[in-house]
Design a protein around this ligand. Structure first.
Ligand SMILES: Cc1cc2nc3c(=O)[nH]c(=O)nc-3n(C[C@H](O)[C@H](O)[C@H](O)COP(=O)(O)O)c2cc1C
Length: 341
C-alpha cells in the first residue's frame, strides 16, 4: 500500500486540532453536564470541554452508563475523576477511555467537605506521592493523556517550594499537563463557593511554574472573564481554563472563537442559529424522558448583555419546568426575545 502523505498530514492536523488546549471549559459540578456541553460545543468548536467531577464510587457502584454517556459532537472532551485509590481510579480511567473520552483529569483542587471526607480533591495536594501513584496507575492502563487539576496550595502548605515539589513529584509519575487554579484553598472554614472567591488570585505563581517547568503544559484557571485577559495569559502559559463566566455568559465563547482561533462565527453562531441547532437535540432528549428544564437551565444566559436577555431568561425559567413542557416553549421564548432585540 502506498503511503498517503496528504492523508497522514490531515490526520495529524486533525489530532493537533483535537488536542488544542488553548481554551478549555472548567469542570463544574451540576453545570457542565452533557446537555450543557452539547450547547457549549455549538458555540465553540475549538475549546476543550470537561465533564463534572465523577467520583470513583459513583462510577464503580452507580449507573456508569448514564454518567459517562456523551454526544460525539462534544469531542474533544475530558472526563474528570475524583478519587484517591490508584486501582479504582485506574478502573474508572479505563472506563472513560473505552467510552471514548479524550483525556482523563484528576481533581486535586476541589475543597468541599464531601470531597475532604472521601480523601480526594484539594486535600491531596498535601500528598504528592499518593497523587503520583494515582497518575501512574491510570497511565498504566490507558493511552489517552492523564492530567491533573490542582490549586497553588492548601492551608499553610502554600509556599512556592511546596507547589514545585507537588508538580515535580506528579510529573515524575507521568503527568505532563497541569491545570492550575491560581488561588490556594482553605480546607477548614471556607465553603467551596468562598474558596473560589476569597483566597486571592496569584497568576504570577502559575507563570513562574511555566518558567521553571518549560517542558510541561501549564493551563491557568481562575477569575478570567475577558478575551483581553485570555490574550494576556497566553503570553505566559499554554492555555486558559474558564469556568463561571463561560457558564453565565456563554455567548462570550463565540467572541473567543473569533479572537483567539480566528474562526469566523458570524454566520453559524448567531444566538438564534445556535438555538435552532440545539432544537433537534432537545427534541431527541425529550423523547428519552429528559425534562425540558434540565436543558434550558443551561441556556438562560445566552442573551446576557442583550436587550432580550431578561424576557428570554424569565420566559424559560417560568415555563420550561411545567409538566409536559414541550419544545414550543423554546420557540416562544425566541419569539419574545426577537421582539425586543
Ligand atoms: C458550580 C461549580 C462547580 C464546580 N465543580 C468543580 C468540579 O466538579 N471539579 C473541579 O475541578 N472544579 C470544580 N469547580 C471549580 C472550577 O472548575 C474552576 O476551577 C473555578 O470555578 C475557577 O474558575 P473560574 O473563576 O473561571 O470560574 C466548580 C466551580 C463551580 C462554580
Amino acid at each position: 500500500m502506498e503511503f498517503d502523505e496528504a492523508g497522514a498530514l490531515s490526520g495529524m492536523l486533525e489530532l493537533m486540532k483535537k488536542m488544542n488546549r488553548t481554551i478549555s471549559i472548567a469542570p463544574m459540578m451540576d453545570y457542565t453536564d452533557r446537555h450543557d456541553r452539547y450547547f457549549l460545543r455549538l458555540l465553540a468548536p475549538h475549546v476543550l470541554l470537561y465533564t463534572e467531577m465523577m467520583t470513583t464510587g459513583a462510577l464503580l457502584h452507580g449507573d456508569y452508563q448514564r454518567f459517562l454517556a456523551f454526544d460525539a459532537s462534544e469531542h474533544p472532551v475530558a472526563l474528570q475523576l475524583g478519587g484517591s485509590e490508584p486501582d479504582k481510579l485506574a478502573q474508572c480511567a479505563r472506563m472513560g477511555e473505552d467510552f471514548g473520552y479524550d483525556e482523563i483529569n484528576l481533581n486535586v483542587g476541589c475543597p468541599s467537605d464531601r470531597v475532604k471526607s472521601g480523601r480526594f480533591g484539594a486535600c491531596l495536594m498535601l500528598e504528592p506521592t499518593e497523587v503520583g501513584d494515582c497518575v501512574a496507575a491510570m497511565k498504566q492502563v490507558i493511552n489517552i493523556p492523564v492530567t491533573v487539576k490542582c490549586r497553588i496550595g492548601v492551608d499553610h502548605a502554600d509556599s512556592y517550594e511546596e507547589l514545585t515539589h507537588f508538580i515535580q513529584t506528579v510529573n515524575q509519575a507521568g503527568c505532563h499537563i497541569f491545570i492550575i487554579h491560581a488561588r490556594k484553598a482553605w480546607l477548614n472554614g471556607l465553603s467551596p463557593k468562598q474558596n473560589r472567591e476569597i483566597p486571592p488570585l496569584q497568576y504570577e505563581t502559575v507563570h513562574a511554574i511555566k518558567r521553571d517547568f518549560p517542558d510541561l503544559t501549564i493551563v491557568i484557571n481562575g477569575g478570567i472573564k475577558l478575551t483581553s485577559e485570555i490574550e494576556e495569559q497566553l503570553k505566559h502559559v499554554d492555555g486558559v481554563m474558564i469556568g463561571r463566566e463561560a457558564y453565565s455568559n456563554p455567548y462570550w465563547l463565540a467572541e473567543i472563537e473569533k479572537r483567539i482561533f480566528s474562526f469566523d462565527t458570524n454566520e453559524t453562531c448567531q444566538r438564534e442559529t445556535v438555538i435552532q441547532k440545539l432544537i433537534p437535540y432537545i427534541v431527541d432528549q425529550l423523547k428519552n424522558n429528559i425534562k425540558l428544564s434540565s436543558i434550558t437551565r443551561h441556556i438562560l444566559g445566552l442573551y446576557q448583555g442583550q436587550k432580550g436577555a431578561r424576557i428570554w431568561r424569565r420566559y424559560l425559567s417560568e415555563n420550561a419546568h411545567r409538566q409536559n413542557a414541550s419544545i414550543e416553549i423554546i420557540n416562544e421564548a425566541l419569539q419574545h426575545a426577537r421582539n425586543i432585540i
